[in-house]
Design a protein around this ligand. Structure first.
Ligand code: BES
Ligand code: MN
Ligand code: MN
Length: 452
């Protein structure tokens, strides 16, 4: 297929991207702090190579932020580009066909942790800028690059920076490429991101572990108690039993629902190929789009307690802990949900248990208007390159800093080059290389159109 890149250029780009993807910048694991710094430094070097007169590695209480300002173009608009260089942990390692930090190409797909989320997309934007600058012999617009290293772990560095220096977000538009097409051939813009409330639920029922023979039948078991509390918090129907939760949700508009009904969607294929399960769960009376985009969730991410080693140990555990999170939708602020979660846990906890909800991190949901003229430009760019305008969808996931990026009123364009089966956060995460080549051209055209 003719994608418009000479073979030598293609191999240079793949070589550079592989270098970036080889750095295990796992932000949540302290032992990778040095790798996060190396990934940040890699971006610093790229920005210098792009000729940015201002490039900064900004320190804070965590992994550094990378900031760059492109060579000034008098009279041209300014675009703020946001992305993240950190990645999720790669486990379970034995499910990867090739190692997560040894990028490998098979069948036109580049496999690596971070290939699509978000290093591959950050790379796509950098190379789009480079490509139009070289093709036109001059930079098209003014770009402010903002890359953080704590998107995946709920870090504060970029929040602290923008709180201290909100003027960094001054721009005519904000572009975030950390998302996916709705389906192959169907580019998307996003009108909402869910927020999040991540917490640990700690339960203690005894001063110490006990013999399960001597005391079994009378002693309160911490794991059992925790599980009962969890299943009280979310029932079999999928309904979350947190007071005033659903009442506070702002439902999608009629127009939004109508748009969603027009999207090409095969629920059986979605179940088999994306969800990879045998049945969908959750509130049956709502569509998949409503359940994943417009309703809150309650998920259990891990449970700790008791004996899980080889063999058998007959013990009644004294303590247990669950990592849980709620996804928040418009109408549900983080502050409100934290308070309501505390109340709900107090209600389901038996009198004999000591418990604590330890908040870990969270952020508000965000809704985005897609009426500004820059959205029409993005549509035209996609139409020229891939033959279709964007469809307006919502995201089930979160990007915590997004509400702050739009605080000065600049339109926030949330889009991306991912495909639904890229497996972000999963083993064998990948980037479809055709999506990369197309993406470089789409964003390049978008920059040129902004300049006109
Ligand atoms: N790129 C994702 C957000 C995303 C996910 C967008 C799915 C569209 C569809 C982002 O890197 C991410 O994973 N965010 C985390 C944030 C959390 C740790 C606060 C998420 O959503 O779990
Ligand atoms: Mn991401
Ligand atoms: Mn992610």
């Amino acid at each position: 297929m003719d994608h418009g890149f000479p073979a030598r250029e293609e191999s240079r780009l793949l070589h550079e991207l592989s270098e970036f993807l080889s750095i295990p910048s796992v932000s949540t694991l302290p032992e990778h702090a040095g790798d996060c710094r190396r990934a940040a430094q890699w971006l610093v070097d790229q920005l210098f190579t792009l000729g940015c007169p201002t490039v900064q590695l900004i320190e804070g209480d965590g992994h550094p932020v990378v900031w760059g300002e492109s060579p000034h173009v008098e009279g041209a608009p300014t675009l703020l580009i946001y992305g993240h260089y950190d990645v999720q942990p790669p486990d379970p390692l034995d499910e990867w066909h090739t190692p997560p930090f040894t990028p490998s190409i098979r069948d036109g797909q580049l496999y690596a942790r971070g290939a699509i989320d978000d290093k591959g997309q950050v790379f796509c934007l950098l190379k789009a800028y480079e490509a139009v600058r070289d093709a036109d012999g001059k930079p098209p617009i003014n770009v402010r690059f903002l890359f953080e290293g704590e998107e995946e772990c709920g870090g504060q560095v970029v929040f602290d920076l923008l709180e201290a220096e909100p003027e960094r977000t001054h721009a005519d538009a904000v572009l975030v490429a950390d998302m996916s097409y709705f389906a192959p051939g169907w580019p998307a813009v996003y009108t909402a991101l869910r927020g999040m409330c991540y917490a640990e639920l700690h339960v203690r029922t005894l001063a110490r572990d006990l013999h399960s023979g001597s005391y079994g039948g009378v002693a309160p078991n911490a794991i059992e108690t925790l599980i009962r509390m969890l299943t009280d918090l979310k029932g079999r129907s999928g309904k979350i039993r947190i007071p005033k939760l659903y009442k506070s949700v702002i439902p999608p508009t009629k127009a939004e629902r109508k748009g969603w009904r027009a999207l090409p969607f095969d629920e059986a294929a979605y179940l088999e190929h994306e969800v990879t399960g045998k049945a969908l769960t959750g509130l049956e009376q709502f569509s998949v789009f409503e359940r994943t985009w417009a309703l809150p969730t309650f998920e259990i991410h891990g449970i700790k307690g008791g004996f899980v080693g080889e063999g058998a140990k007959t013990v009644i555990p004294a303590a247990a802990m669950a990592k849980i999170s709620l996804r928040l939708v418009p109408g549900l602020s983080l502050d409100f949900v934290r308070k309501q979660l505390d109340k709900a846990v107090a209600e389901v906890a038996p009198a004999y248990a000591e418990w604590e909800v330890r908040f870990v991190h969270g952020n508000d949901p965000v809704q985005i208007e897609v009426e500004a003229p820059q959205f029409a430009l993005l549509d035209r760019a996609f139409e020229e390159v891939v033959g279709r305008r964007t469809v307006a969808v919502r995201a089930g996931g979160s990007i915590p800093i997004v509400p702050k990026l739009g605080m000065t009123g600049a339109p926030v364009l949330l889009t991306g080059i991912g495909l639904p089966d890229d497996g972000l956060h999963s083993p064998n995460e990948k980037l479809d290389l055709q999506q990369l080549w197309d993406g470089i051209r789409v964003f390049g055209r978008f920059f040129e159109m902004m300049a006109e």
